[in-house]
Design a protein around this ligand. Sequence first.
Ligand code: BDR
Ligand code: CA
Length: 311
Amino acid sequence: MKNIILDCDPGHDDALAMMLAIASDKVKLLAVTTSAGNQTPDKTLNNAMRLLTLMKREDIPVAGGNQTPLVKELATAGNVHGKSGLDGADLPDPDFEAQSMTAIELIAQTLRNSKDQVTLVVTGPMTNAALFLRVYPDLAKEKIDQIVFMGGAMGLGNWTPSVEFNIFVDPEAAKIVLNFGIPMVMAPLNVTHQAQILKNEIEHVKTIKNPVGQAFYGLLNFFEIYHEDPKWGFQGAPLHDPCTIAWIIDPSLFETKKMNVDVEAEGELVRGETVCDYYDLTGKPHNTEVLLGIDRSRFIKLIDESLAKFD
Ligand code: BDR
Ligand code: CA
């Protein structure tokens, strides 16, 4: 059983990542923290709480994170995720309170209370993770075994030509986290663009009759619309964030390669680009295991089976 903390900015694909973690008997979700990203921080926090209410896991503590990225102005992705950040389904209002402490305090408390090591999963901008590592470096080194994140790309971009959204929002934070020294696992666009759910597979989700399945059917339909633009060449919607939890549940779903990954935090054209030393040209330490290939049909099966587990 892997203990995890999920730092997310829900977000349709963040919601799927949370759902996979809750449904799995291989993962124990100890806490959820939220970042500003897909929507403003008030909305992403509310969305995390709405999702936990939907999945009847109000027992999992939730705390909101930093209001802004470390240096940049906040950029949001309402064009992808809608006005609420989770458009497409009627989710219940939260029926519990968020923690009164901040995200980094909840991460610290959760680590201190855990006798085992914990994996930090980041599916939004890395603002909270970077702040946590800066404020609690010793606790982080002692208790976090790895940081698994969705973000970045090798040679691709989805926000600017070579920059992925999560790293675009807070490049300085990503640079701090990648250079901290905790082993990293990265789900870049190269793998998440393979992790598509096809339209007929979204239709199959409609047959999962429990309220969680029905809500995700609406969410997936909404999320798919943005990705219909032919420029992407998709046949469905890329499920970015659930790749992180799927990796923790079953690493055999993925092909990976270890390499050095850093972030370019300056530059007119490339601020936020992840620089992945695939051919080991720098000889720098292999700080990151990069997911590069996925068994798509087994991944979709995991999503279907997980949705079907809810009452
Ligand atoms: C990432 O950006 C967000 O819009 C998604 O939730 C995902 O984390 C993909 O670039
Ligand atoms: Ca996200």
